[in-house]
Design a protein around this ligand. Structure first.
Ligand code: IMP
Length: 177
């Protein structure tokens, strides 16, 4: 399959994703039984994961999407300017940040720094995908759906130059010849 100038091949099926989401939801359901977590999905990439995950959460919970605006709009630049969208007070709340993918972890680190000063009782992270870079750096992510190597993926909310978010399966980029 071609998106713009790049070839992608099938990688992870919708069924495999469904199972990974179910596993993450099961763990969150077990850990937050007597709590009322506030899920904070980070737009744009996490919108589909968040929608599927939230529908598998049994207990009482809230959700508030945020958008991390960057200075230059480049992916993985890590130059997060601010969080747009949180209206709920985070004071004494149990927060679960919902990410599509953790690569260098810079975006996540900036999110955690920003949330850290707002008085939350606990902050954990749920991501559908985690790349090898993040594992090697020892970035703490409690709930991980699927582990990847360094491949660039598209689909299920993730984009290549703004395209491909609507694909139900995940595709990975062919290395350029
Ligand atoms: P990090 O700050 O390097 O961890 O990158 C996080 C953000 O970069 C993600 O939320 C995605 O928006 C984007 N990103 C990183 N890797 C990929 C990928 O393989 N496909 C699509 N987007 C990606």
């Amino acid at each position: 399959m071609k998106i713009k100038d790049h070839d992608f091949k099938p990688f992870i099926t919708a069924e495999q994703i469904r199972q990974a989401v179910q596993t993450v939801a099961g763990r969150i359901n077990a850990d937050y039984k007597k709590k009322e977590p506030l899920f904070i999905p980070v737009l744009n990439g996490s919108f589909i994961f968040a929608g599927d995950l939230l529908r598998q959460i049994n207990g009482s919970c809230q959700v508030s999407f945020v958008k991390a605006s960057s200075y230059n709009g480049m992916a993985s630049s890590g130059q997060l300017k601010t969080l747009i969208g949180i209206e709920e007070s985070l004071f004494n709340r149990d927060i679960i940040i919902v990410e599509d993918i953790v690569d260098t972890g810079l975006t996540l680190q900036r999110m955690l720094d920003e949330l850290g000063s707002l008085g939350a009782r606990s902050v954990e992270v749920a991501t559908l995908l985690r790349k090898r870079t993040a594992r090697e750096k020892g970035i703490q992510v409690k709930y991980v759906g699927l582990e990847l190597e360094d491949e660039f993926v598209v689909g299920y909310g993730l984009d290549y130059e703004g395209l491909g978010r609507n694909l139900t399966d995940l595709y990975k980029a062919h290395p350029r010849a």
